[in-house]
Design a protein around this ligand. Structure first.
Ligand code: ATP
Length: 293
């Protein structure tokens, strides 16, 4: 009897594995639009015990050779700091995060994590130390507990609930008919954009990456949801190297450094107050957003 069940167990296991791979792929596609072919160098090494310094040195990049997208990008994020990137649509902000994940190789220049050239590292080890809260989160058709917990194989229910509390989504989950066992996703309970984003934050808290990328949602959220999400994001970014791709300037006022990108270049850099007093592109974007609010 036992033996008859074994294939089913194996199938169930395979199903979970495949489902996870597919959702990871979906997340990856959402992040990068298409699948690139980047291979590890034969002598690539694993990165371990990351302090979290991220450096871009004169980085040039194109998707298509006849159109340069990044035209010499230089910046450093010190361990634990938050750097925010702002700028008009198409400036190249999300491209920076795709390059950090090494979904693409750059044309020239160097990207480093803790001083080590990204191209000398294995992609799997780099992706272990990076976490991303994407604009749009893809959920598995599985329980909400599973959707949070898969970030850390073997996570306990207590760990999952703590991550959910820190992401300000625990109270919401408790109101669901089956709590953490409620099925969500396309074939289950559909979550709102704000709820999905908080699930993504809980997931990432559980993964506990040394370097975090926050790709802010462009879609408008109501102000109470935005406040909750902002509180969760502030918590996740504390004492962790964080790169924020920002669409609303109000969320990044406290960043250690703000980079203002335009047409593949960093036009201005500084803190919120420094940039306002420069009275340049940032000050202009700020005034514009204030008027639109
Ligand atoms: P937004 O604020 O709208 O998200 P962004 O500053 O993040 O914009 P990117 O997504 O980095 O901009 O895109 C920079 C440029 O690269 C854009 O002109 C875009 O059309 C182009 N681009 C992005 N992805 C690809 C791709 N896979 N192939 C070719 N060009 C691309």
């Amino acid at each position: 009897m036992l033996d008859l069940y074994r294939p089913l167990n194996i199938l169930g296991f395979a199903y979970r594995e495949i489902k996870q791979a597919l959702t990871d792929l979906e997340n990856m596609f959402a992040l990068m639009d298409r699948r690139p072919e980047i291979e590890d160098r034969p002598n690539a090494v694993d990165i371990a015990d990351v302090e979290g310094r991220v450096t871009f040195e004169d980085v040039h990049f194109h998707y298509d050779p006849d159109r340069e997208i990044l035209k010499g990008i230089d910046f450093t994020i010190e361990p634990g700091q938050t750097v925010a990137i702002v700028g008009p649509t198409g400036a190249g902000k999300s491209t920076l995060s795709r390059i950090l994940f090494r979904f693409y190789d750059i044309a020239s220049g160097t990207v480093r994590i803790d001083g080590q050239d990204l191209q000398s590292l294995t992609q799997s080890s780099v992706r272990r130390v990076l976490g991303i809260v994407p604009q749009d989160t893809v959920l598995f058709n599985d329980t909400i507990g599973y959707n949070i917990g898969y970030a850390k194989p073997g996570a306990t229910q207590d760990e999952i609930e703590q991550a959910a509390r820190d992401a300000q989504v625990h109270d919401f989950i408790e109101t669901l008919p089956k709590g953490y066992d409620t099925i969500v996703g396309e074939r289950g309970l559909k979550l709102s954009g704000g709820e999905k984003q908080r699930v993504a934050i809980a997931r990432t808290l559980l993964k506990n990456p040394s370097i975090l990328i926050l790709d802010e949602a462009t879609s408008a959220l109501d102000s109470a949801t935005e406040r909750d999400i902002q509180a969760a994001l502030d918590r996740i970014a504390t004492d962790r190297t964080t790169l924020v791709i920002a669409h609303r300037l109000s969320t990044i006022i406290n960043a250690d450094q703000i980079l203002v990108m335009e047409d593949g270049r960093i036009r201005e850099r500084g803190t919120h107050d420094e940039l306002l007093s420069q009275d340049g592109l940032y000050a202009h974007l700020w005034t514009q957003q204030e008027q639109d609010a």
